[in-house]
Ligand binder design. Structure first.
Ligand SMILES: NC(=O)c1ccc[n+]([C@@H]2O[C@H](COP(=O)([O-])OP(=O)(O)OC[C@H]3O[C@@H](n4cnc5c(N)ncnc54)[C@H](O)[C@@H]3O)[C@@H](O)[C@H]2O)c1
Length: 249
C-alpha cells in the first residue's frame, strides 16, 4: 500500500493506535496532520512523508475547523481521515440507569460529536480533491451488553457506526468512502489497567480464539487497508478486528 502524494488527518495521534496509524501512513509516503488534545509525543519517527502536530480538543468545533485549515495550508488538501480519538472512563462511565449525566454528555461529545466535527470540515476538501477515504474507530463492545456496563462509551460507539454508514451513502457520489473499524481488546495506553495485572491479561487472552489481545499494529493494519486504494470498492461497512472474540459461541 502506498500513500505518496496523499494527506491524512489522524486524530488521537498521541495515543496507542493513532500514533501507530500516523507513523505507518508516513512510512508509506503520506503527509500527516497528527491531532490530539495531549502534547506532541517524543517518539515520532521520520518517515517518507512529513507531519505537523496540532494540539486540539476535537470536541470544540471551532478548534477542529482551525486544525483543518492549518492542515490544508501546510499540505495543500486532505485526502484521508482516521477518526481514532476516544475516551473510556472506567472510573466514571457506568450504567445509563444511574450514571452522572454530565459524564454521559462529555463522553458522547468526545467520542461521537468530535467525529462529526472532523467529517464535516474535511469532506469539502476531499470533494475538491476528487475523492477520499474515512475510517472511524468504534468497538466490538457496542454490539453486545456487558456485566460491567460503560453505557456512554457503548452508545457513543454505536453512534459512530451509524454515522459512518450514513456518510458512506451521502458521500459515495463524491468518490469518498467511509468505513468503521471495531477493535476487540487492545493493549494500548487506554488499557493501562493490564500493565500490572498479568493475571487479568492472561485470562482475557485465553478467551480470545487467536490466544492474545490485539496490538496497536493490528488496528493500524486494518485502518491503512480501509484507507488505501486496495479497499476501493468497500464503503459503509464495519471491519471487526478482535482475534475472533465476537465469533465465539
Ligand atoms: N484499546 C482498546 O482496547 C480499544 C478497544 C476498542 C476500541 N478502542 C477505540 O480505539 C480508539 C483508539 O484507542 P487507543 O487504545 O489508541 O486509546 P488511547 O487512549 O491510547 O488514545 C486515544 C487518544 O485520544 C485522545 N483524545 C481523547 N479525547 C480527545 C479530545 N477531546 N480531543 C483530541 N484528542 C482526544 C487522547 O489524548 C489519546 O491520545 C478509541 O476510539 C477507542 O475507543 C480501543
Amino acid at each position: 500500500m502506498t500513500f505518496t502524494n496523499k494527506t491524512a488527518f489522524v486524530t488521537g495521534a498521541a495515543g496507542g493506535m493513532g500514533l501507530q496509524i500516523a507513523c505507518d501512513l508516513m512510512a508509506a509516503g503520506a503527509n500527516v496532520a497528527m491531532v490530539d488534545v495531549k502534547p506532541q509525543p517524543d517518539c515520532i519517527p521520520t518517515g517518507n512523508g512529513n507531519f505537523i502536530y496540532l494540539k486540539c480538543d476535537l470536541s470544540d468545533d471551532a478548534a477542529v475547523k482551525a486544525a483543518v485549515t492549518q492542515t490544508v495550508e501546510a499540505f495543500g488538501g486532505i485526502d484521508l481521515l482516521a477518526n481514532v480519538a476516544g475516551v473510556l472512563w472506567f472510573d466514571r462511565d457506568a450504567s445509563a440507569l444511574t450514571m452522572d449525566m454530565d459524564v454521559w454528555d462529555t463522553v458522547l461529545r468526545i467520542n461521537l460529536k468530535s467525529m462529526v466535527h472532523t467529517s464535516r470540515h474535511i469532506a469539502p476538501h476531499m470533494k475538491a480533491a476528487g475523492g477520499g477515504a474515512m475510517v472511524h474507530f468504534s468497538t466490538i463492545q457496542c454490539l453486545r451488553g456487558d456485566d460491567a456496563p460503560q453505557d456512554a462509551y457503548q452508545a457513543s460507539k454505536a453512534g459512530v457506526i451509524a454515522l459512518s454508514k450514513s456518510l458512506a451513502i451521502q458521500l459515495a457520489g463524491a468518490n469518498i468512502r467511509s468505513n468503521a473499524v471495531l477493535p476487540g481488546p487492545v493493549h494500548s495506553p487506554m488499557q493501562t489497567r493490564w500493565d500490572d495485572n498479568a493475571a487479568a491479561l492472561d485470562s482475557l487472552s485465553q478467551a480470545i480464539p487467536l490466544g492474545r489481545v490485539g496490538k496497536v499494529a493490528d488496528m493500524a493494519n486494518a485502518c491503512l487497508f480501509l484507507l488505501s486504494d486496495k479497499a476501493g470498492f468497500i464503503t459503509g461497512t464495519e471491519l471487526i478486528v478482535d482475534g475472533g472474540l465476537l465469533a465465539r459461541p
